[in-house]
Design a protein around this ligand. Sequence first.
Ligand code: HEC
Length: 117
Amino acid sequence: MSRFRVSAAAAFGLGAFLIAPLPAAAQSAADVAVLAGPCANCHGPDGRSPGPIASIAGQAEAALLEKLKAFKSETPPAGTTIMNRHAKGYSDEQLAALAKYYSQISATAPAAAKGKK
Ligand code: HEC
């Protein structure tokens, strides 16, 4: 009985540890890909937008980070409709990771995918 309690408590403790957010510095490439998931809804798969919303793939990392920080700030650029609200959901470290992630994606689709119908 007492042994059961100890292991149950240990299991609970481990669960809480796993659920706790990781420090931003420990974010793996997979974590950033998860963070980037919702962006695809509006900016297209891999940030290459097929529609009127700007593509974010392949932009310079510093430029992306500057835009994201401006969206998150109390004074977003005039005309901002969505990103001011969206950017507030991410820490500065997460925005930096996202800027790096999208800067490393080619702005054009890989050659292998072109011409396939
Ligand atoms: C609900 C739709 C939507 C989602 C989701 C979304 N965006 Fe945006 N994004 C926009 C729109 C619309 C703009 C144009 C600015 C505005 O009106 O907010 C924009 C603008 C931007 C810009 C500036 C592009 C440029 O070159 O001017 C960046 C960078 C950006 N978004 C990054 C992201 C990232 C990173 C994510 C995911 C974390 C994301 N967006 C998710 C709709 C979205």
